[in-house]
Design a binder for this molecule. Structure first.
Ligand code: 5AD
Ligand code: SF4
Length: 446
């Protein structure tokens, strides 16, 4: 039996796409998952171009495959995702062992491309700007039985000056509400407990289809399909509506969790980033969210070292981060992306200066996360059990509605498999910066 292995870099959209790649390879090429990468007949890299680091890791990993390719001339190596979409055929020069290059718009044609490459033992590339076959109607093999990604829109029209996504994923294309709801209903019937709606900017969902954003509506409609938990990423602060906040507060299935990237706390830098809001407007959106949704957990993204960022700008960022009381913050060092507007800006922040700022921000985030987690001690939280801890098979691990990682000892006499994918109540006993520890207080659902 011929086998495959998929290596996925980057965001949730890529994780979702890889589930379709697995579905296509199994149903259309009859492949089976390989025990390990080294034994696979088809290796697929689903790549990320958002920051340089992921590209370097890709180059490193593909380079190590040379001996496999020499030992097995029938091995097919395919590279897709955002790096492929951006580099197109040039990728064959950068990564000489690659047989297939496929873009973000034509994943559904991958089985055909692999067949052609295998037959001709030659290189095949397909990176058009639009799709022939709808990916969502192709089979998918979910990594998790109880969790599903559900794209509501793909692409982005915002053109933040540092970001490559509008170039690799194209303009925003929303899926009709009925189609999204029908898919959610299928997922629920299939035993899915938690759905994450995906879009580069979910708040503007529907603008291209209906002439106005209809995110709150699709959120409420999916929440009413019977799914136990509903999440969504990513919200753009400039488009966060009161209707959306009301839907989070009122729909029991929607988790009290909002990922609202600020990117910077300095209005001057936000302007250069083309984010479409000021520091004050962002802070006001956060206050609106906290006021509208009791128990809200907030997360965000910050880029450090954007061209022209001075000490004062960075102090503004630290101050904004403190004021926002984030539960979780993802911090990134600015990475110039060829082809974007920011890449042509010349006022680079020296590497050591950016690194120093980054380290200060990470310290603050750790302190803040610990503070927020300490406030949870003594509370009973709902945890969706993901399995047992990698380090200790006697510990269950899962996530709260606020997306916090929780470890709790497996109750005596209970098999982990019986709890995987179910919701349990956990009394929190210990707080750490990146996780909570507790004891199982009851099962809500088995
Ligand atoms: N450099 C650093 N971080 C970036 N991000 C996007 N583009 C870049 C870049 N060129 C970050 C943003 C975004 C997250 C997914 O990645 O914070 O919200
Ligand atoms: Fe990139 Fe900005 Fe679009 Fe997010 S909103 S994908 S950061 S261009």
């Amino acid at each position: 039996m011929r086998t495959y292995h998929i290596v996925t870099f980057g965001c949730q959209m890529n994780k979702h796409d890889s589930e379709h790649i697995a579905g296509l390879l199994e149903s259309e090429l009859g492949l089976e998952p390989a025990e390990e990468l080294r034994s696979a007949d088809v290796i697929v890299f689903n790549t990320c171009a958002v920051r340089e680091g992921a590209e370097e890791r890709l180059r490193g990993q593909v380079a190590t495959l040379k001996p496999l390719k020499v030992a097995n001339p029938d091995l097919v190596i395919a590279v897709g995702g955002c790096v492929a979409q951006h580099a197109k055929e040039r990728l064959f020069e950068l990564l000489p062992h690659v047989d297939v290059v496929f873009g973000t718009h034509n994943i559904a044609e991958l089985p055909d491309l692999i067949e052609r490459a295998a037959r001709s033992r030659g290189r095949v590339a397909a990176v058009p700007e639009s799709c022939e076959r709808d990916l969502e109607s192709t089979p998918s093999i979910r990594e998790s039985r109880w969790h599903a990604w559900l794209p509501i829109a793909v692409g982005c029209d915002n053109f933040c000056s540092y970001c490559i996504v509008p170039y690799t994923r194209g303009r925003e294309r929303s899926r009709p509400i009925e189609e999204v709801v029908a898919e959610a209903e299928r997922l629920v019937a299939d035993g899915v407990v938690e759905i994450t709606l995906l879009g580069q900017n979910v708040n503007s969902y529907g603008r291209d289809l209906y002439g106005e954003p209809r995110f709150a509506e699709v959120l409420r409609a999916v929440a009413r399909t019977g799914v136990a938990r509903l999440r969504f990423v990513t919200s753009h602060p400039k488009d966060l509506s009161d209707e959306t906040l009301a839907a989070i507060a009122e729909e029991p299935a929607v988790c009290e969790y909002l990922h609202l990237p600020a990117q910077s706390g300095s209005t001057r830098i936000l302007k250069a980033m083309n984010r479409g809001y000021t520091r004050e407007q962002y802070l006001a959106a956060v206050e609106r969210a906290y006021a509208a949704v009791p128990g809200l957990a907030l997360s965000g993204d910050i880029i450090v070292g954007f061209p022209g960022e001075n000490d004062e700008d960075f102090e503004d960022t630290l101050d904004l981060v403190r004021r926002c009381r984030y539960d979780q913050l993802f911090t990134f060092l600015y990475s110039p992306r060829p082809g974007t507007r920011a890449a042509r800006m010349t006022s680079d922040v020296p590497r050591e200066v950016a690194q120093g700022r980054f380290d200060r921000l990470v310290d603050l985030v750790q302190q803040m996360a610990l503070e927020k987690n300490r406030a949870e001690v003594g509370n009973v939280v709902e945890v969706l059990v993901e399995g047992v801890s990698k380090r200790d098979a006697a510990m269950l691990t899962g996530r709260t509605r606020s997306n916090k990682l929780v470890h709790a000892p497996l109750p005596p006499g209970v098999e982990p498999a019986a709890l995987e994918g179910s919701l349990v109540s956990v009394r929190v006993t210990e707080a750490h910066p990146w996780h909570l520890v507790g004891t199982v207080a009851g099962y809500q659902r088995l």
